[in-house]
Design a protein around this ligand. Structure first.
Ligand SMILES: NC(=O)c1ccc[n+]([C@@H]2O[C@H](COP(=O)([O-])OP(=O)(O)OC[C@H]3O[C@@H](n4cnc5c(N)ncnc54)[C@H](OP(=O)(O)O)[C@@H]3O)[C@@H](O)[C@H]2O)c1
Length: 249
């Protein structure tokens, strides 16, 4: 067994920048071709695609709103035309609002649910039939730990993503016979230059047994493992990558 993704066509959503970009670049370094999805960050997506192309693997840029099944279906058409069938998916895209429930206007929660919950269903419904036919595929969904622990300021995205855990466990049961693994990676706070002041940073550190925030590289390792054949007997699981912030069984 090797951590080898040679020739795999991997769709990474929200990959123009941040964690998604890190995942795409790391997968490329293992030989994967990338369907690089973005929604609004076109400039960053073009930069990331250029970097990928320089390394000699194939990439296709696709854009779309994951809340729209039509957009996701159109993404599939573009990818098939320019890259081929999608073998594996890392859904890294997400949209969250940070505030108390009572600060929401009625209905203002809908968008978060549409992106963070329905978006996952749209991806699975659109791309998984091909994986099932090929009898091989990995579906990895990235969420925040708030979905497992609760967080009064991430109340809607946390609830929506908690739903995706259940969805992927059930889906893992359905598609296991087709040799498809569905897993969830649940993140603590990843430092991406958010610019916290020292008081805030100290307050945050206290919550992390490993006494630091995460780095993009802390996330890419487990994603690569889950994309590789090392994880062929791992499905329906949730992995927290969170510096020990929560220690759920
Ligand atoms: N950073 C953290 O500390 C942390 C902690 C816990 C969980 N997470 C989760 O980890 C993932 C990556 O985090 P991040 O901080 O690197 O990036 P992020 O800014 O939270 O989101 C990633 C991407 O999602 C895309 N996106 C937003 N709404 C979308 C929609 N309706 N349809 C399609 N794409 C959409 C955006 O793409 P465009 O920019 O192209 O519009 C964005 O770049 C996210 O799901 C995030 O919630 C992050």
């Amino acid at each position: 067994m090797e951590l080898d993704l040679e020739g795999r066509n991997i769709l990474v959503t929200g990959a123009a920048k941040g964690i998604g970009r890190g995942i795409a670049l790391e997968a490329v370094s293992r030989g994967a071709n990338i369907a690089l999805h973005y929604q609004s960050s076109e400039k960053e997506a073009l930069e990331t695609a250029k970097l990928i192309e320089e390394s000699g693997v194939k990439t296709v840029l696709v854009t779309g709103d994951l809340a729209s099944i039509e957009d996701v279906q159109n993404m599939k058409k573009s990818i098939e035309r320019d890259l081929g069938t999608v073998d594996d998916i890392v859904n890294n895209a997400g949209w969250t609002q940070y505030k108390s429930f009572f600060k929401y206007e009625p209905g203002e929660w809908k968008r978060e649910v549409e992106v963070c919950f329905y978006g996952v269903l749209h991806l699975a419904h659109t791309f998984m039939p091909d994986m099932m036919e090929n009898k091989r595929g990995k579906f990895i969904n990235i969420i925040g730990d708030s979905a497992r622990t609760g967080d009064r300021n991430l109340i809607i995205s946390g609830a929506a993503r908690s739903g995706t855990i259940s969805f992927l466990k059930s889906l893992a049961q359905e598609v296991g016979r087709n040799n498809i693994q569905c897993n969830t990676v649940s993140l603590g706070l990843i430092d991406q230059g958010q610019g916290y002041d020292s008081v805030m940073m100290e307050k945050l550190m206290k919550q992390y047994p490993l006494k630091r925030l995460g780095k993009v590289d802390d996330v890419t390792g487990i994603i690569l493992f889950l994309l590789s054949s090392y994880s062929d007997w791992v499905t329906g699981q949730v992995f927290s990558v969170n510096g020990g912030h929560s220690m759920l069984g």
